[in-house]
Design a protein around this ligand. Structure first.
Ligand code: ADP
Ligand code: MG
Length: 325
């Protein structure tokens, strides 16, 4: 660490980032020059990194427990989108100061989620500077089973997990673009601060989905990635979009469609399923306990998305778009 804080880098690591016994497959965890892990047979390793920077990805006053959760959750969501089982993470954290109350809460948010999914923190880096958090996750997936973005085909059905738009709704409130009731705010903030990575759904999709992506930038953008990688177009049936009661109560139907398509930070999965596997979706996902909804179908194309509401073409009003760009 370039500039030594009062508590000391190693004290911080000992106290806040070495809290639970690592998985059995961790040969060397925190405390050596590098971590060493044992790899399972017949598996590929899936690796992903995400950085959260204060002022860019979160506000300075975000509850530290939420930040700890979210920094890990966004990475686990990438594993879910690959159908991979997350196993090991590293954490590079840059802190402006040593605030023990803050660190305790951050660490709690991080570890609560890590322990839930049996993920071990095996290393990282701790530096002084503007607040920023980078998590790298390593997961395993059986040979040939990784869920990619480029496998979708015309005719496949489009699904999403969970509800869409609540995180964006909470963000709009935090940015004073609308005003939610205390209860609406509490429910939507839960989605914004504590997204639930759909790891179990990812396992269930390994044998049935033709393409999968996690929705971090809004359904419209992220479905677009599948479409372009797979050379398809899509028709979305907007009346099918899964919306929470909070969303339905808080805003008009047109606004809720805008939030669902463009709100961002849902961390739900969008996946495509060939007609021949459609009957297996129930069985594959039932054990995960995760809600899922069919919202449209693919056709040949180059990435176009056709919006329909009750079988009529739907024009998202310009305000609905501008709000998010
Ligand atoms: P090096 O000088 O080799 O970079 P460091 O002094 O940065 O090692 O880190 C010492 C040990 O603590 C290493 O095993 C590193 O992976 C781990 N570590 C450092 N910061 C963190 C952190 N925020 N979370 C988890 N492990 C960390
Ligand atoms: Mg270091």
């Amino acid at each position: 660490m370039s500039s030594q804080p009062s508590l000391g880098e190693f004290d911080i690591i000992d106290k806040y980032f070495q809290k639970s016994a690592p998985r059995q497959d961790v040969i060397l965890g925190v405390g050596d020059d590098a971590a060493v892990v044992a790899l399972p047979d017949n598996s590929h390793i899936a690796i992903s990194t995400d950085t959260l920077v204060e002022g860019v990805h979160f506000f300075a006053d975000i509850p530290p427990r939420a930040l700890g959760h979210k920094a890990l959750a966004v990475n686990l969501s990438d594993m879910a989108a690959m159908g991979a089982e997350p196993r090991w993470v590293t954490l590079a954290i840059t802190l402006p100061e040593i605030n023990e109350a803050w660190l305790a809460q951050f660490s709690k948010g991080f570890y609560d989620l890590a322990e839930y999914f049996n993920v071990s923190l095996i290393g990282g880096d701790t530096t002084k500077g503007p607040l920023s958090i980078t998590v790298t996750v390593h997961g395993v997936v059986p040979h040939g089973k990784a869920l990619r973005r480029d496998g979708a085909k015309p005719g496949d059905w489009i699904y999403v997990t969970g509800n869409l738009g609540d995180s964006g709704l909470a963000l709009a409130h935090l940015q004073h673009q609308l005003s939610l009731s205390p209860q609406q705010l509490e429910l939507s903030l839960k989605q914004h601060y504590f997204p639930q990575p759909r790891v179990l759904a990812g396992y269930g999709l390994r044998d049935i989905a033709s393409a999968t992506i996690d929705i971090s930038d809004g359904l419209y953008n992220d479905l677009g990635h599948i479409l372009r990688k797979s050379s398809c177009s899509a028709t979305l049936k907007l009346e099918q979009l899964p919306l929470s009661e909070t969303m339905n109560e808080a805003v008009s139907i047109d606004q809720s469609i805008a939030f669902a398509l463009n709100g961002g930070e849902d961390y739900e999965l969008c996946f495509t399923v060939p007609e021949s596997n459609k009957g297996s979706v129930d069985t594959s996902l039932s054990f995960s306990g995760i809600q899922y909804t069919c919202i449209g179908q693919l056709a040949p194309g180059k990435g176009e998305i056709k919006l329909q509401y009750k079988d009529k073409p739907y024009q998202l009003d310009q305000a609905g778009w501008d709000h998010f760009v």
